[in-house]
Write a protein that binds this ligand. Structure first.
Ligand code: DC
Length: 218
């Protein structure tokens, strides 16, 4: 069996930053499953689909083909063969992804691809349901979290560094709303797997968190 490291947790906990470091150190591929949900959401936005209209979302899934490729170790998300990496990290796409991720047809399509990737590669995979649903037999499972205040501050600092304006209170409100949506949906809600190790990164550095996860592989 391939080696599988599953990292789940709420928005802004630092999953992708940590997962990339761990993947590099282990020589595994990094699979950012949120980016797949974001690509599906981008497709729905482009086609003016109401994310809450489950029938329309399910039907439109047939027209959205998401695949991944790796260039110099970086994950590139292709939506109908177009590289959409540059369009995925906006608040609009993230909020839509949290809504359309409730859709069972969409989830099945995306998780089938994740399982296939994990069966054929050693992976560090991050998301919301990796340890609980997608890779229940992963050798290492981590539930990475941080307080909503700390997560909002990290996001605020990121936007400031890019020279963008931001309201930290609004960021925290959006984070709390997204947590609620992701944790209370009917299928594959965000929750800590019974056998996952809880890591609260509120007072930890990136290196400390990465080292902790690597130590779990030994
Ligand atoms: O991690 P992210 O912010 O890129 O994820 C965007 C949304 O996609 C998130 O709010 C919920 C959904 N998602 C999911 O339902 N399951 C996953 N494994 C990953 C993301």
């Amino acid at each position: 069996m391939s080696y599988q490291i599953a990292i789940d947790g709420p928005a802004g906990a630092g999953k992708s930053t940590i997962a990339k470091i761990v993947a590099k150190k282990k020589g595994f591929i990094y699979v950012d499953t949120g980016a797949m949900y974001r690509a599906m959401a981008l497709h729905m936005i482009k086609n003016n689909i109401d994310g809450n209209d489950s029938e329309k979302v399910a039907k439109e899934c047939d027209n959205a083909n998401v695949t991944l490729k790796y260039i110099d170790g970086e994950q590139v998300v292709l939506l109908n063969d177009e590289n959409v990496n540059a369009f995925l990290r906006t608040e609009e796409v993230g909020n839509m992804a949290s809504i359309t991720a409730k859709n069972p047809t969409l989830r099945k399509k995306v998780t089938d691809l994740q399982i296939e990737l994990a069966n054929t590669n050693d992976v560090v995979m991050d998301g919301r349901d990796i340890g609980t649903c997608v890779l229940p037999n992963a050798q290492v499972k981590v539930y990475l979290t941080a307080s909503s205040e700390v997560r909002a501050k990290r996001r605020y600092d990121e936007l400031m560094a890019k020279g963008e304006s931001a309201d930290i209170k609004k960021i925290e409100e959006d984070i709390i709303l997204r947590d609620h949506q992701d944790m209370t949906r009917e299928i594959s809600p965000l929750k800590q797997a019974d056998d996952a190790v809880l890591v609260d990164s509120s007072n930890m550095t990136i290196e400390e968190v990465a080292d902790k996860i690597i130590s779990l592989c030994e």
